[in-house]
Design a protein around this ligand. Structure first.
Ligand code: HPA
Length: 242
């Protein structure tokens, strides 16, 4: 297995791959259901982060099991998709952001594989949390497909599942956040701990609370995502191909 895709909101369908087969991968954190297939002569694993019918909310995703399973498959490279709200007026709904930093505002999640005991205590370096080589390939792929994208952005991760208050969004913006989502921490951190190359492309689905003139709904998020699913698929496939 060469590459894994972790599909976020709106990206549940592994049909972009050929010769799909299902796997149930046991991990110390539970069993992970994964669909694997081929694309451009490469073996690709696919895990929909929220389950195949969006039944798992962000705070209940088994992040450690997912990353462990991918590592167990022998995969070195992970391409993830994430739906985000935007705090940055330059990053508009429908646009892509190839995230390069994060701000961790999660409170109720285990964000490490290293809890002492046999595995010991490890302090992983996250100076460059997102893999520069996959990000560069994404840039090339997006340019080739003429898909507009932002080359960097800071992802603020909240617990959810509620959306944020306008006061929180104001604070995150002051802290340097560009987009806000509910899943990238601990996913990116665990991938770093597992010494894998991880990158995420974020799709802006809405302006965040207080920036958007109307209250947010999950429907709005899904609608924008659906309208841009083709582009996100094209971008991921072109990234795999390179
Ligand atoms: N906030 C948090 N997560 C999100 C948002 C948002 O506005 N949009 C999509 N995912």
């Amino acid at each position: 297995m060469e590459i894994a895709i972790i599909g976020g909101t709106g990206v549940y369908d592994p049909k972009i791959l050929n010769n799909i087969r299902e796997q149930w991968i046991p991990t110390p954190y539970g069993i992970v259901h994964c669909k694997s297939g081929e694309y451009a002569g490469k073996e690709v694993a696919f895990i929909p982060r929220h389950g195949s019918n969006h039944s798992i909310p962000p705070h209940l995703i088994n992040y450690r099991a997912n990353i462990w399973a991918i590592k167990k498959l022998g995969v070195q490279n992970i391409i993830a998709t994430t739906a985000v709200g935007s705090l940055n007026p330059d990053m508009k709904p429908g646009e892509f952001v190839v995230i390069d930093q994060f701000l961790d505002f999660v409170k109720n999640r285990t964000t490490t594989f290293y809890e002492g005991g046999e595995r010991g205590v490890v302090h992983v370096d996250v100076t460059t949390p997102y893999c520069p080589s996959i990000r560069n390939v994404m840039f090339e792929a997006a340019k080739e497909l003429s898909i507009p994208f932002h080359q960097q952005g800071t992802y603020v991760c909240t617990d959810g599942p509620r959306f944020e208050t306008p006061a929180e969004i104001k604070m995150y913006a002051k802290f340097g956040g560009d987009v806000v989502g509910m899943t990238n921490v601990p996913e990116v951190v665990l991938a770093r701990e597992a010494e894998m190359c991880y990158a995420t492309v974020s799709m802006v689905t809405n302006f965040a609370a207080g920036i958007s003139p109307q209250p947010l709904t999950h429907h709005e998020v899904l609608e924008t995502m659906q309208a841009n699913t083709e582009n996100i698929k094209r971008l991921i496939l072109a990234t795999i191909e390179q």
